[in-house]
Design a protein around this ligand. Structure first.
Ligand SMILES: C[S@@+](CC[C@H](N)C(=O)[O-])C[C@H]1O[C@@H](n2cnc3c(N)ncnc32)[C@H](O)[C@@H]1O
Length: 224
């Protein structure tokens, strides 16, 4: 990581067991679909020569929404970034199962990925769906969406590119809105909350929020 970029530990590595299918998919398919983080900049044109848009999804969890989006939008090139190994195994299993060709994975901390190997001005859209809300005040510093990181996301976007966050945790939704509003060069595509776009499938964590009767907020800002 560049020395100057503040590190945020926005995740805990959960000791979840991988199923045999996930382990098998991980071993067989990661050489082809998981990109190394070795300082080599990601070359989106080489990864997705035909893609109309390049999208990065941060924190795809078990990848259900990601594979659905990749299947429904074969014209997009999607790069999923996640630290949870069983989720990577599960998404690899799906890549094979439904023969996806427009989806690559990076198994690494997104903060480091954005600050080291994603070229400036290279991405059309960044999705951050249901990031961990870290509800306790003493943990707020662990939230992924913070001013420094949002400034970095903006740099990696092409002009007109967007950041789309979604959350079921109202205080985090307000925090995200404030941080995006305070980031120079980003503007809200909506007056306040965004309508849920058709391209965003329901996610596992969204279902949990709905079951707990929480309101789901989508927030979409674009680079000016
Ligand atoms: C609450 S889950 C949401 C998963 C999925 N988007 C959904 O809606 O079902 C948040 C995910 O973000 C991942 N995550 C958190 N911080 C991350 C980081 N810095 N880099 C990559 N992934 C991260 C976690 O491992 C976790 O799987």
């Amino acid at each position: 990581m560049s020395d100057s970029f503040p590190s945020v530990r926005s995740y805990v590595i959960r000791a979840a067991r991988m199923s045999d299918a996930q382990k098998k998919a991980y071993t067989a398919l990661s050489p082809k679909w998981v990109l190394p983080v070795d300082g080599t900049p990601v070359d989106f044109r080489k990864l997705f020569p035909e893609a109309e848009k390049c999208i990065v999804e941060i924190g795809f969890g078990m990848g259900d929404a990601t594979r659905q989006m990749a299947k429904e939008h074969p014209e997009w090139g999607i790069l999923g970034v996640e630290v949870h190994k069983p989720g990577v195994g599960k998404l690899l299993w799906w890549i094979n199962q439904v023969s996806l060709k427009n989806l690559f994975i990076i198994e690494h901390d997104a903060v480091e990925v954005f600050s080291t190997i994603l070229p400036r001005g290279s991405v059309d859209g960044i999705h951050i769906w249901f990031p961990d809300p870290w509800p306790k005040k003493r943990h707020h510093k662990r939230r992924l969406i913070q001013a420094d990181f949002t400034g970095l996301l903006r740099e990696v976007l092409k002009p007109g590119g967007y950041i789309h966050a979604a959350t079921d945790w109202e205080p985090y939704a307000n925090h995200i809105l404030d941080v995006f509003n305070e980031t120079p060069g980003l503007k809200n595509r909506y007056e306040l909350w965004a309508d849920k776009p058709d391209y965003r499938p329901d996610t596992k964590f969204e279902h949990r929020g709905i079951e707990a009767r929480r309101i789901i907020r989508d927030i979409i800002f674009e680079k000016e």
